[in-house]
Design a protein. Structure first.
Length: 226
């Protein structure tokens, strides 16, 4: 798995983020999030508020975003719970970053289906583009992390880059995605071999009417059953 990320010195972090506050746009979003939950249940908003905070940090730093301790404390104060109640959420979910990351956070799945399908080749392509597990490239573009299952086993191997999944990868296709990102392009997410969602390679073989539109099979099934 990945080497541990480098968390900045606390004094440095507090100097930069100690005055964190919502932007006007995010304040409205935060109020809308809190409005979903009844009085006394504000802790239920910890996940979406942490995500919003991480995205704001990302926007301010031109990265994928992370959660400095003062920002976590800010969220805890907003929902009226001890810091530890929010910190334990941050440390449980890998969607939250406890240390700075690059503009593109490349998370390579190394769990069994992806490993058997060639995740070592994906990691090799990353390595040959200068990405090191647990580190950020000197230009600040890429952070590489090896993670557990990302839930796209049928299209293994895959990586998640920020909010997008890239699937059906091999060495060359991984390199192509990284090269496009480095140029400021946004390669189309999903399968890199053109398959639709998780259909079989070559296209679907059953429920063909569902490929392009919703289809109600109940009438046909009733005829078969009758």
């Amino acid at each position: 798995m990945a080497d541990g990320p480098h968390i900045p010195d606390e004094a440095e972090t507090r100097a930069r983020w100690g005055g964190f506050a919502w932007t006007e746009e995010n304040r409205a979003k935060a109020n809308a999030i809190l409005g979903r939950y009844p009085k006394g249940r504000e802790q239920s908003a910890s996940l979406p508020l942490l995500d919003l905070a991480q995205r704001q940090v990302g926007a301010e730093t031109q990265t994928q975003g992370w959660l400095p301790v003062p920002v976590i404390e800010f969220v805890a104060r907003q929902i009226g719970v001890p810091y530890m109640r929010v910190y334990e959420v941050v440390t449980f979910y890998t969607m939250f970053n406890m240390a700075p990351v690059g503009r593109y956070h490349v998370q390579v799945c190394g769990t069994t289906p992806c490993m058997l399908a060639g995740s070592d080749d994906v990691l090799a392509a990353c390595k040959n583009r200068g990405l090191i597990k647990g580190g950020t490239t000197p230009d600040g573009l890429f952070t590489l992390t090896e993670v557990e299952c990302l839930g796209t086993c049928a299209n293994a191997p895959m990586v998640q880059v920020n909010d997008d999944n890239y699937e059906d990868l091999d060495y060359d296709r991984t390199a192509a995605v990284l090269d496009a990102l480095a140029k400021g392009e946004h390669p189309a997410p999903g399968s890199t071999i053109g398959r639709h969602t998780s259909c079989p390679e070559g296209g679907p073989t059953t429920l063909m009417e569902m490929v392009d539109a919703n289809h109600d099979y109940r009438g046909e099934w009733e005829k078969v059953g009758g």
